[in-house]
Ligand binder design. Structure first.
Ligand code: DGL
Length: 273
């Protein structure tokens, strides 16, 4: 790998595109190899063991693309697998939870922070740990929202059904007097408008993608791996484990670049060591 190598970014599906988009915005010289595990989404209801196996396979696939760094653009994989898999590879890796927790700890004024995420992320308690490590005086209220991911994958971003689901999930947190809400699943920023309309203007919504891109930039600088302008002549590339065309259309609806092609990958052939 070298400065000209791409950055690997992955998620269970389309959610990680919210992180890829922010990387494209903040680090325009870098090129991304994106993998969405669309055949095995959702991750949020699966066990830690399964998510570690999936993550190992994806890291192996991304290594075959000669990536210089990997962004785990999935909170569930960041919570369950990042620590383990990071120790198994020499490629620098970051997740989205630590940057997200840092941003939330800085944003809160009353020290009461809500976190919404998948069952796995909320059950792992990882946001509580990072938030309390940054500021021991904060109180964290977690809420798993398992129906959000299928609704987003279906493209129901503004649908009345999604709104009803959001109201039901979030009302519980509103009763806790939170002033900050972490969108602790990379699919959720795609529901940002709808979530904003449910919580009103008084609550700060934290999208960990912004802080993740800043963390990535710092990491690349530290490792002397920042791309020069040569990156601009190359394309971002997109891979999924199923439904390449559906993914391509979705990606085109949210990314600032045109996704001309998305390729299918047999991810299970990239066996975990
Ligand atoms: N977008 C992922 C996350 O941030 C995973 C959602 C899922 O597959 O359940 O947790």
């Amino acid at each position: 790998m070298s400065c000209g190598s791409p950055i690997g970014v992955f998620d269970s599906g389309v959610g990680g595109l919210t992180v890829a988009k922010e990387i494209m915005r903040q680090l325009p010289d870098e090129r991304i190899v994106y993998f969405g595990d669309t055949a095995r989404v959702p991750y949020g209801s699966k066990s830690k063991k399964t998510i570690i196996t999936y993550t190992r396979q994806i890291v192996r696939f991304l290594r075959s693309k000669d990536v210089k760094a990997i962004v785990v653009a999935c909170n569930t994989a960041s919570a369950y697998a990042l620590e383990t898999v990071k120790e198994e590879t020499e490629i620098p890796m970051i997740g989205v939870v630590e940057p997200g927790a840092r941003a939330a700890a800085e944003a809160t004024r009353n020290g009461r922070i809500g976190v919404i995420g998948t069952e796995g992320t909320i059950k792992s308690g990882i946001y509580d740990r990072y938030l309390n490590a940054t500021n021991p005086h904060v109180t964290v209220f977690g809420k798993a929202c398992p129906l959000f991911v299928p609704l987003v994958e279906e493209g129901w971003l503004q649908d009345p059904v999604t709104r009803t689901v959001a109201e039901r999930y979030i009302s519980e947190l509103m009763d806790k007097d939170i002033d900050t809400l972490v969108l602790g699943c990379t699919h959720y920023p795609l529901l940002r408008k709808l979530i904003r309309s449910v919580v009103g203007e008084g609550i700060t919504l934290v999208n960990p993608a912004y802080e993740t891109a800043i963390t990535l930039r710092k990491l690349l600088c530290e490792k002397e791996l920042c791309a020069g302008e040569e990156g601009l002549s190359r394309e971002h590339t997109f891979f999924v484990s199923d439904g390449a065309e559906k993914f391509r259309q979705f990606a085109n609806s949210i990314l600032p670049c045109e996704v001309v092609e998305t390729k299918d990958v047999n991810i299970e052939s990239f066996e975990a060591d």
